[in-house]
Each structure stands twice: as C-alpha cells, then as structure tokens.
Design a binder for this molecule. Sequence first.
Ligand SMILES: Nc1nc2c(ncn2[C@@H]2O[C@H](COP(=O)(O)OP(=O)(O)OP(=O)(O)O)[C@@H](O)[C@H]2O)c(=O)[nH]1
Ligand SMILES: [Mg+2]
Length: 349
Amino acid sequence: MIALVVVATVALLFAAFIAVRRRQTRVARESLPSTRAAMPSVLVHDIAARPDLDALDETLGSRLSSSRSVFDRVRSLGTGTLTQEQLDTVEEVLLRSDVGLPTTTSIVELLRRDGAPEGVAAAVRSALRSSLTSASRELSTAVEAGRVPVWLFVGVNGVGKTTTIGKIATRRVAAGSKVVLAAGDTFRAAAAEQLSLWGERSGADVVRANEGADPSSVVHDAVERAFARGADLVLADTAGRRHTSSNLLDELSKVRRVADRAPGQVTETLMVLDATTGQNALAQAREFLAAAQVTGIVLTKLDGTARGGIVVAIEHGLGIPVKLIGIGEGPEDLVVFDPDSFVDALLEA
Ligand SMILES: Nc1nc2c(ncn2[C@@H]2O[C@H](COP(=O)(O)OP(=O)(O)OP(=O)(O)O)[C@@H](O)[C@H]2O)c(=O)[nH]1
Ligand SMILES: [Mg+2]
C-alpha cells in the first residue's frame, strides 16, 4: 500500500514537472525573437524544419548571451531622472560593449537631458535602435538578362569568409537553387580544400585551381561554369592575406572586375568582419572599403563575444549595413541582421 502511494506521488510530481517545463519552453519561444522569422526569402525559402527546437534552444538572446550580460547593469536601473553615477554606469556599459565613443556620448547626453520616463533600458534600446541604419539589408541577385549574379566575399584572414559561404550555400541549395562556389583563395591549398568540403556538404558545385593560381581566373571559370549550367548564384571566396596588403587590395579589385564581366555580374560584395576583434574590425574595414566597393557587412562570431555593440559602431562609422550575422559554426548559424530583434536581445528584460 505504502509503495503504491509512493509510486503515485512520484508519477504526479513528474507529470507536474513536465507541464511546467512545456509551459516555460512555450513562453520562452513566444517572447524571444525567432532568428528564422527574420530571414528574408532569399535565405529561408523552403528550408527543412529543425528536428528539435527545444533541445537546440535556438534563440538570438541565448546566442548573444555574453553581449547581453554586459547590459545587465543597465537593465537594473529604474525610471526617471538619472544621477551622475547612473549616467556613468550607462557610459561604461556602452563603451564596454564596443558601441564606440560618438554613439555612447550622444546616448548619455540624451539621457542626461530627457531622463528615462519609460526606464533606462528602454531609453538605451531606442537610442541604439535609431543609431542603426535604415538602409536595406536585402541581398540582391538582380541581374541583367543573360547574366549570373556573383556575391564576392572579402576580409582579412580568419574572419569567417569561407564558413559564411558554406552556410549560405547550404541554405540556398536546400531551397532549390543551383549554386557554384569559386575557390578564389589560392594563397594556400587548404583554403580550396575547406571550400570543397562545404561544397560536398551543401551540394554546391566547386570550381578550384592549384595553390598559387590566379584568383581572377578561378572566379572567371566559376562564372563560365555557372552560366553554362544555368546556375542561380556564384559565391566567390577570396584570400585574406597576400605578401603585402597593397597586393591583396589590388588583387581584390582585379577579381571584382573579372567577376563583373559578362556573363557574370557582381550584385553583392560582402565584407566579412570578426566581432571578437571589436574596434580593430572597424580599422580593417576602412582599408578594404576603397578597393572593394562593399555593399554589406557580414559580422561573424557574435556568439563568442561580449562586444555585440560593435554592430552599432560599424554602421555608424562606415555607413554600410550589416546584412548578416554569424552566431555559431554550424551551417544554420547565420541569420539576417534584424535591428529590432538585436536590440531586444541585448536589452529586453
Ligand atoms: N563561433 C563562431 N565561429 C565562427 C563563425 N564564423 C566562422 N567561425 C569560425 O572561424 C574560423 C575561421 O573561419 P574561416 O571561414 O576559415 O575564415 P576565413 O575568413 O575564410 O579565413 P582565411 O581563409 O584564413 O582567410 C573557423 O574555425 C570557423 O568555424 C561564427 O559565426 N561563430
Ligand atoms: Mg577562407
């Protein structure tokens, strides 16, 4: 009899625990921004459903948890007029998150002048949101008749160019597109190997050449092959290093010219930056801008840094939209940058 009561009690407790867990998961999913919901059709069209969302805990807030925790001190401030000490706290937090001095100064001045009737976190959220550009974050494949769109990926070594190409190829092929990858990083043999692996995994065609080959000719061959096979998109990898940086920038200009020659047409030049390098990423970006006619930024490794505010510094400092963000190493860990979801992930209670 006692055993029966014990078993029944344990069963009841277990059922109650499961019910609470289910409710917690549902609430978490409803209140946090869905990274997939923000994707434009170009990346999410017909992607297969994730096998187990609960287990993977795929929210932007959790991927950006290091950056989010920097803002804990701002979230704990109240409403109304701010004391000097509170203004100092906001300033310190914004600088620590790498928002940059100009934006930080203007947000602190705004708070000093207007106070925070809706709460400090809400005021900082709205100030950060309005520091982000309203320029389009769409990725273009619009070409003249008879031409193939080319997306060129540029950036210094190790920032995540090849990985980003692999992630995009995976999405696009899964959505039914025919994609050709151009192994334009001929500086080292391993680069073409890495891209070929992504080609195998994603089902994209890869055009490569031997180490030391002319990157422009690899990109040219990839465009020709894409055109001959009726492909929808060429993703062109480039080297992150050369013997000197002027060699690298000259080479990029040449690759771009060749890729933009019929039947190719460059519709995006994406500069890949590593968020973990903070303000250094900005300095790097400036060097590339002149040579490469950059149309958008891919900011990688936001999952591994507390410096998420660098998004604001980049857009403010360069005037170029951050179009995609990398939040992990897997093929699914790339999302379209959505300013509202992003500032919510940092500052929502
Ligand atoms: N955590 C995390 N790691 C990333 C992300 N994107 C890329 N990486 C990792 O960063 C490292 C470098 O990535 P690559 O794609 O090889 O970088 P690359 O720009 O092609 O580098 P080079 O070919 O040397 O110029 C790899 O270990 C990637 O897995 C990201 O969003 N998050
Ligand atoms: Mg690479």
